[in-house]
Structure formats: C-alpha cells, structure tokens
Design a protein around this ligand. Structure first.
Ligand code: 3QA
Length: 229
C-alpha cells in the first residue's frame, strides 16, 4: 500500500510533513513531491497549487509516477451548510464541478457527455473516517462538496451553488481529484476543515483561519493513515 496525501496550498501539507519519517524531496513537473513513511506505511505528499488544473496534474502524478494506490486529500473549504462552523470537518460523499457549464445545450450544470454530474468518494474510506471520528469524539459532517476555479466570497454565488447542487461546502480542487481517481480506479477521500463561510467576510476569515483549520484536517488524515495500516 502506498498512500498519496495531497493538499492545494503549502499550509495544507505543512502540518503533515512535520510528522512524517524519512522525508525525501523529489522535484518533478514544476513541483515538489515528498516520499516518506508514517507508522511504517509508505506515503507520498504534495501540494498541487490552487485550482482544478494543478490539482488534476498532481493527482495524476501521485498515481501514475509514484504508484500510489489510494489518495487522501486534506485541506480547508468554505462552508455553505449553516450547520458548519469554522474549524468543523466535512468529508465528501460526492463532489461536483460548479463551474462546468454547457447548459446552453440542455445539459445540467456540472455535466459533460461521458462524464458525471457527481463523483462519489470511496465508501470504505468514508466509513473508516466515521470510525476514526467516533474514536476521537469528533463530529465529522458528511456531505456534498462543490468545486470550481473561483474563491467564493459572495452571498449570491454561494446561494446559487447551494440551490443548484445541494452542496454543503465548496473549494477549488476536490472534484478534479475525484475525476482523476475515478478514471484511474484509485480509491479516494476528500476531507476539508472549514476556514470561512464563502460570504462577504470570506477573505478575512480565510487568512485568519487557514493554518488552524488546515491543521485540524491534517491531524485527522494522519489518524486515518494509522487505521489503514
Ligand atoms: C483558496 C484556497 C484554494 O485552494 C481553495 C483554499 C476555502 N474557502 C474557499 C472559498 N472559495 C473557494 N475555495 C475555498 N481552498 C485560495 S485563494 C487565497 C490565496 O491566497 C478552499 C477554500 N470561499 C494567496 C495569498 O495571496
């Protein structure tokens, strides 16, 4: 077993790197990949840079070049569901691309021919995360995550994503990672801790809570890796 752990921003993987053993840095495709071990298990860690294109590239490399057979994403997200507060954890049961739009041809938002409006996360990884949350006494939300190449800091946009996809949280990478893992048949899991509420104060909240929420997510991911051993 070789587990890929990815984030989008440096802050999202920094708390992971601190806790890994035998970290070896490899430069590839204008990025840095970190081969390491945790609890005796092989992991490869990387942050992709922001957005769907970079995230697809990194996920593909983690699988095709480094031979990872599972992928865990750790990071932060903007909340849509009112039950979610800053610092809360949400695991995606399915993800969609809110900015994919060929509705001019009568297709639903987020859909292109031979694709799917939603891609589902691996059920056994989601089940494992529930067990981990229970054993830690943490509340872990499960819901729909919407992805798009846009930092959402606007009430109307957030409401539209909520109405169109019933999404609970939004970010900028998850769904593209899902597309890659689904196509390559690699079980994947997308975890996010809330950094902001994708509204008028999202920019300030994001800057304030990025590091703290990224740590919440990273710590949970490591507990999952321990259980995968
Ligand atoms: C935002 C990060 C991107 O990788 C997606 C955080 C948290 N809140 C969000 C929101 N809308 C969309 N996505 C998110 N991540 C990058 S912009 C800030 C860059 O600062 C999830 C996410 N409301 C760089 C400093 O100049």
């Amino acid at each position: 077993m070789k587990i890929a752990i990815m984030g989008a921003m440096r802050e999202e993987i920094a708390p992971l790197l601190e806790k890994l053993d035998n970290v070896k840095e490899i430069k590839y495709a204008s990025n840095r990949y970190y081969e390491a071990s945790y609890n005796g298990i092989d992991v490869v860690v990387a942050y992709s840079k922001i957005g769907k294109v970079f995230a697809s590239l990194t996920a593909t490399i983690l699988i095709e070049k480094f031979g990872c057979d599972r992928l865990l994403f750790s990071g932060v997200a903007g909340a849509i569901n009112e039950d979610l507060s800053i610092g809360d954890l949400i695991v995606a049961n399915k993800l969609c691309q809110h900015d994919l739009d060929i509705t001019a041809f009568g297709h639903p938002h987020g859909y292109v021919p031979e694709g799917a409006e939603f891609i589902h996360c691996d059920e056994s990884l989601v089940a494992l995360s529930k067990d981990v949350a229970k054993s830690l006494g943490i509340h872990l939300y499960e819901g729909i995550i919407a992805t798009g190449d846009q930092f959402v800091s606007d009430h109307a946009k957030k409401a539209w994503i909520s109405d169109t996809f019933c999404a609970d949280a939004l970010e900028m990478e998850g769904s593209s990672v899902a597309v890659v893992c689904d196509a390559l048949d690699v079980p994947f899991f997308i975890l996010r801790a809330i950094s902001d509420s994708a509204d008028d104060s999202a920019d300030v909240d994001f800057d304030t809570f990025l590091e703290k929420s990224a740590k919440v997510s990273a710590n949970f991911i490591l507990k999952m890796v321990e259980k995968l051993t």
